[in-house]
Unconditional design. Structure first.
Length: 219
């Protein structure tokens, strides 16, 4: 990357933390309660990225069951009880954040609701790497990713240009967000959202991809 990076913005699920099991088990609990068979956790992981409403809709479609009117509320209620039951930072993430924090400002941009995001960051001792106003959730004043508004707000917050901003994520949603905001982008191959993203396609010619969290230190 040719210019200096002054701001690094991280996605949460599949980038900083491996939350697939807790999300999948919560979705499956609702499906089973509605008479459906549970889905493979890897399949549920590929549904994550556009917010909880989209995840629930996709899960019920995949299960072949009509969702009840309160399906989203039921999922959120179940998931709220198990945000960090199995969810953990990916190996090496705390050390990577500690090192990167000496080089650039750090922020989080996620489509997960802000309250749940803060509880995960606090519960896993990751909140200390991100100023309170540098964490943007999917239920705040900005539209969800891939709309660029949240990312542009985080850049403006610290007075840096798009060219000095890097978005790190694991999915096509993150790639489109960075492209819409004209920032740099790095995709992490270890994230569960990456499974649905074909890096070999021409649309990803501008992607930088790392295989492990410590690969971020070599950008």
């Amino acid at each position: 990357m040719s210019s200096t990076l002054r701001l690094i913005v991280f996605d949460l699920d599949g980038t900083l933390v491996d939350s697939r099991r807790d999300i999948a088990e919560s979705a499956n609990a609702v499906l089973v309660a509605c008479g459906a068979h549970p889905l493979d956790p890897h399949a549920v992981g590929r549904m994550v990225g556009d917010g909880a409403a989209a995840l629930v809709a996709r899960a019920f479609t995949a299960a072949g069951v009509q969702p009840p009117p309160d399906a989203l509320d039921r999922f959120l209620a179940v998931y709220d009880t198990r945000l960090i039951t199995h969810t953990r930072p990916y190996e090496g993430i705390p050390g990577v954040l500690s090192e990167l924090g000496t080089r650039a400002s750090l922020a989080v941009l996620t489509n997960k609701p802000l309250g749940a995001t803060r509880r995960i960051l606090d519960g896993l001792d990751l909140a200390r790497y991100f100023p309170t106003d540098a964490v943007v959730g999917g239920d705040g004043p900005f539209p969800r990713k891939p709309d660029p508004a949240g990312l542009q707000h985080l850049s403006a917050r610290v007075g840096v240009s798009a060219a000095e901003t890097l978005l790190v994520g694991d999915s096509a949603i993150d790639w489109r967000t960075a492209r819409n905001a004209a920032t740099k982008v790095c995709l992490v191959r270890y994230g569960f959202g990456f499974e649905g993203f074909a890096v070999g396609e021409s649309k990803c010619e501008d992607c930088v991809v790392v295989d492990t969290p410590d690969g971020l230190l070599r950008l």
